[in-house]
Design a protein around this ligand. Sequence first.
Ligand code: ME8
Length: 573
Amino acid sequence: MNQYYITTPIYYVNDRPHIGHCYTTVVADVAARFQRMVRGHDADVFFLTGTDEHADKVVTSAAENKVTPQEWADRNAAEFRRAFGACNGSFNDFIRTTESRHKDRVIEYITSLLKSGDIYRGQYTGWYDQGQEEYVTENAAREADFKSTISGKPLVKRTEDCYFFKLSKYQDALQKHIEAHPAFVSPSSRQAEILGRIRAGLNDVPISRPVTSDPATQWGIRVPGDDANRVYVWIDALFNYLSGVDAPERRTFWPAAVHLIGKDILWFHAAIWPALLMALRASSPAYDWVKLPHTIFGHGWWISEGMKMSKSLGNFISFERLMGYADRYSLDAVRWFLATQGPLSGADADFAHAKFIETYNAELANGLGNCTSRVSNMIDKYFGGVVPENAHDGEFAPQPGGGSPIDLALAARAAAKNPAPAGAEGRAFHFPETIAFHVKRAIEDQAAFDMSASLMHVTEIVRFVDDFISHTAPFTLAKTMNANPDAKPALAAILFACAEALRVASLLASPAMPTKMAHLWRDWNCAPAAGVALVELARYAGDHSLKAGQKLVKGEPLFMRADPAEAPPAEKA
Ligand code: ME8
């Protein structure tokens, strides 16, 4: 797949942005940036986020705030856009369901489905959760004692004329598709959940709501040809993924590679959405291009200091709190934490201050940050801040007769009575192969949407370099440079290898930490060339490697160590 289209849910405008919204958007951002880098061509990636604005509660809140629903939506959509901008989201577009480019498309889709008969008129009676704006099945209502599982408020019984979508017709096709495409619903635990529900049988679903004299019911897209009904907000919202690219110059991005969502909205995405797409495709030859997305990925939940975040408890980690962390530890550290420690694979993840500090210190301050500082300090000190000549292939193995950089380094250590760590004798370090391995694996992990595994290759390269430094102790070798003419080229080879490996690590880290890595590239004079694919950029000592003779500034440390005793940052005003 040469083009890559990734989406986030479109968020309800009524909420204040919080860690949940920022999480999904940051993870999608890391994936989008990684894929741009893999392809070396930004235009092949399309990343869409946005806001879901036709919920009834928008009207209620707007009235409370004495503005029109549209003004309320405008104000809050701007908040989301600002929050995602502040998280350095590189979305290509921000779609709002109140925009005519979206509404017009939805009307076209529904019109086509009405014509084909997959949307039809009928009557619906059921238990309605007013807070969630969703009907609950008889069984689920009974199990929950006829109360909302979210708000605890009583469910209400409603009967209304409405339009249905023939979901039942697509039961077989859906089941077969999911069974035949293991990546379609990811991770696999989610697949089992969805398949179980589909196999249990599918009923047709109501997809409209009546319009009455209550202003709250007048907000939304009217069913084409019937002003007394409007399109149910969920159906309206799902169509954003299609409307967002339904323009001649964008249609090639469809089908989406990944719809990233939280597990709360899996059913809509993994059952209703694909069935709607199948129906739309079948409705007219004009929708021949409407294939099914490749992956619907439902991540787990963030909890906060070990407790479930809930609207009633009011303990959501707010966007402002995240920005408090960003101010103190850097935005990139927050992005790294979200991307590596988040609930992607399904299990919930805890946003605990102690865990943030531990990750930050281990992986960033003492990890990547410290390692880049050590290496640039040594290049500064021993080579005047210029990348040393590399007359070496990056294969560091002891030689039978001695004389390799590693032999010289070990000899220098022995002379300085600074013994190498146990097992150093005979140990070899294969830079080109190790680097190629991590790059390949990071790309594969991204393809499997395993963000933390992919970013752990950064940490593994750093460990490899740290290990190499503790074996070779280049600072000890440096002390022999006056006495031994072979010492300097050996030191050059060692430091070149370290710096070059870290350059590659910085590439793999950059989708999560674009700002910090850009600082490093500026200091090290190694910003990746535009238009070049990752495997080329990341080849050890390849065409895009560090160049001997180029300036390499030691610069500020990338990440200052954090004091675990310091109180958690406050919300940023
Ligand atoms: O559901 N942990 O919008 P929404 C992780 N408008 N992620 C979380 C989270 C948490 N504690 N809380 C929220 C809607 N999220 C609809 C979607 S899409 C066609 C329509 C994230 O504002 C997670 O991605 O309630 C979840 O799916 C999304 O926010 C729900 O956002």
